[in-house]
Ligand binder design. Structure first.
Ligand SMILES: O=P(O)(O)OC[C@H]1O[C@H](OP(=O)(O)OP(=O)(O)O)[C@H](O)[C@@H]1O
Ligand SMILES: O=c1cc[nH]c(=O)[nH]1
Ligand SMILES: [Mg+2]
Length: 216
């Protein structure tokens, strides 16, 4: 397993993450969604450096241009709801990828305890493919673990990329144990811990609500 924290380098990515976190900026939901999307675009570009490439002869109006292009069959998979703008960012750059969607939500038994429910999955076969599972937040890591388990009912991927924006240290430790050896975890920030409601501290709050509004 490999872990890549893109936030460790000083790039414009860190400004997009800062804007997601900033209470004075994050309530602009259009900007919030677009920043998640922009981070998806950057992460897709970074992950594409891990793909397998082969040379193809591309016909131009004036001749033949030898070009190295990727050969991986990619499936971008997203955990609803907060994953949607992230998914779109990935799809902007990996536009010939296939797509999968999984629903995961926290059902609170009381203020502190919850189960995660997976009720919906729409996915092509993932056998032999490069599976990218995207979700902007990894708090306990349970939604990612359960979504990945649900996706395994659709085949055995050749490689798995977990792509997230803010990951808590406990979630990273948890996923190191739960995800397979052929997995790379990509994050943009590693935060210290969780509050008693299992929200990431300092985190950004509720990504789904900030992107799409409060739910009942
Ligand atoms: O690592 P975990 O402890 O499982 O928490 C992370 C999950 O929480 C968020 O979704 P949420 O359940 O808030 O649903 P939403 O996107 O519909 O708001 C986030 O997008 C993850 O799916
Ligand atoms: O910090 C958190 C935890 C779960 N879901 C979120 O959107 N944020
Ligand atoms: Mg969710």
């Amino acid at each position: 397993m490999k872990i890549v924290n893109l936030g460790e380098s000083n790039t414009v990515l860190n400004r997009f993450v800062a804007e997601l976190r900033d209470v004075n900026i994050q309530h602009d939901s259009l900007r919030f969604r677009r920043n998640i999307e922009r981070i998806g675009e950057i992460m897709a570009y970074e992950i594409s450096k891990d793909f397998a490439y082969s040379e193809k002869n591309i016909p131009t109006p004036l001749g033949i241009a030898p070009m190295n292009t990727p050969d991986n069959q990619v499936v971008i998979s997203t955990i609803l709801r907060a994953g949607l703008p992230f998914h779109h960012g990935f799809l902007s750059y990996l536009d010939n990828a296939e797509n999968a969607f999984v629903s995961a939500y926290r059902k609170y038994k009381d203020r502190l305890n919850f189960d995660i429910h997976i009720e919906y999955i729409a996915s092509p076969s993932i056998t032999g493919k490069t599976l990218i599972v995207t979700d902007p937040m990894l708090a306990t890591g349970s939604s990612m673990e359960l979504a990945y388990e649900a996706l395994l009912t659709k085949g055995a991927p050749a490689h798995v990329h977990v792509a997230s924006i803010i990951c808590s240290k406990p979630a990273l430790e948890y996923l190191k144990k739960k995800m397979p050896e052929n997995c790379t975890i990509w994050i943009a920030a590693l935060d210290e811990g969780l509050d008693d409601h299992s929200y990431i501290i300092p985190g950004l709050g509720d990504a789904g609500d900030l992107a799409y509004g409060a739910k009942l």
